[in-house]
Design a protein around this ligand. Structure first.
Ligand code: RM4
Ligand code: MN
Ligand code: MN
Length: 396
């Protein structure tokens, strides 16, 4: 690799940070079965400890996303404890995820529920989540709604849209000036006929209706298979409406597999659109990169380290694209030239340069190997085995 390329990789690694999810360390499963892991985290403390390990070994995951119901079951009361855990384990709270789908009352929806008192209950939970975020000094409130219906004719789609607009606007008004609201979409599941916020256009309209600090959250697993995700990303960037990502990979639907495990070129193309935008405009896109995965079969901490390593590789490969040359080739309608610029960058082996960068930071050059040698897994497996067999959280 030429030294100019190494410089680009180094620079990209300096700027790239990615948030890990607390729920990625807990026992989860599918609707058919849960395979518990003796080392899985069952308490917020254990989740912070595991997340702290990932950050310690990679240096690029300074924040952990929290789910209010699972990590702060007593709400605001728990924020002191969480702040202490953050200090103890060297990783800060990141995005705060309200839970508007697990409680029995949400059987027919949250902000879209025909029952006013349930819509109000959902609103109280979002407002409490915003307050929790303020106590934790967290910037982003990340909203995902399971709302939808299973059978034609059973839900008033336009009425529900109005409720969503109204309740999102009211939620937005509770944000502190430094905070943002991210609106996630998903085409189906758990609802199988209609989902209220099913695609990026719906999230975009809702975010616009909510207020200026509401942006769209793109979960890469939340699209139909042939959809062009990087085009959605490019459009959201040009509308200044892209707020963040939930990264995961999939073969079929919302599979939540390890990022880049099925289609690394897809992730590369997303990063390429972002870096193209940044270089063309001279502005940094204000995007929260987050992982939304929960591993049922792989060891959870190892899978998270593997994900972070892959994310760094794909981001720095995209940073190798010469966007000036790419723009010229596009202008000249030099199709092969333009396409090769992407393909050559993607084919470049950035791993040696990344290792060099890690060494320059005093980090282990191979974080996964360092984890395996650290003895951490052995220790927590012994400590947690009895409790973890009892504890399974649900996950959509
Ligand atoms: C959803 C979505 C959300 C996540 C929930 C648990 O499918 O991806 O981001 O919080 O699952
Ligand atoms: Mn998600
Ligand atoms: Mn999902």
């Amino acid at each position: 690799m030429r030294s100019q390329e190494t410089d680009r990789v180094f620079q990209s690694l300096e700027e790239f940070r990615i948030e890990i999810p607390s729920w990625g360390f807990a026992n989860t499963g599918t609707r058919f079965g849960k395979f518990t892991q003796a080392a899985a985290a069952t308490t917020p403390e254990e989740k912070f400890s595991d997340a702290g390990q990932v950050h310690l070994l990679t240096g690029v995951c300074p924040t952990v996303a929290l789910h209010v119901l699972w990590d702060l079951p007593e709400g605001i009361q728990n924020t002191d404890k969480v702040n202490k855990l953050a200090a103890r384990y060297g990783i800060r709270p990141g995005s705060i995820n309200p839970n508007l789908f697990q409680d029995q009352v949400y059987k027919y929806g949250s902000f879209g529920n025909p029952d006013l008192s349930i819509r109000e209950q959902a609103l109280r939970h979002v407002k409490e989540s915003i307050e929790i975020a303020q106590h934790l000094n967290s910037r982003d409130i990340s909203l995902w709604f399971a709302d939808g219906s299973n059978y034609p004719g059973t839900a008033n789609i336009r009425q529900r849209k109005r409720w969503f607009e109204e309740y999102l606007r009211t939620s937005h008004a509770a944000l502190a000036p430094y905070q943002r609201m991210l609106v996630e979409y998903k085409p189906f599941e758990p609802a199988f006929y209609h989902t209220d916020l099913a695609d990026w256009g719906m999230s975009l309209l809702m975010a616009r209706a909510a207020g200026p600090r509401a942006k769209v959250l793109v979960d890469t697993g939340h699209h139909y298979l042939s959809q062009n995700i990087e085009q959605i990303v490019a459009w959201l960037l040009s509308e200044n409406m892209l707020g963040g990502f939930h990264f995961n990979d999939r073969r079929y639907a919302d599979d939540d597999l390890t990022m880049g495990s099925i289609d690394p070129y897809q992730v590369f193309r997303i990063f390429n659109e972002i870096l193209f935008f940044e270089r063309e405009t001279g502005k940094r896109a204000d995007i929260a990169y987050m992982i939304d995965q929960s591993h049922n079969l792989k060891n959870k901490i190892e899978a998270m380290i593997q994900t972070v390593v892959m994310a760094q590789q794909l981001y720095s490969k995209a940073a190798l694209v010469d966007h000036k040359k790419l723009a010229e080739a596009q202008n000249d309608a030099d199709l092969l030239g333009a396409e090769s610029i992407l393909q050559d960058a993607f084919a470049t082996d950035v791993r040696p340069a990344i290792q060099e960068w890690r060494a320059s930071k005093g980090m282990p050059t191979d974080p996964l190997n360092a984890f395996r040698e650290s003895g951490y897994l052995l220790r927590i497996t012994k400590e947690r085995a009895a409790r973890s067999a009892q504890s399974v959280s649900s996950y959509a």
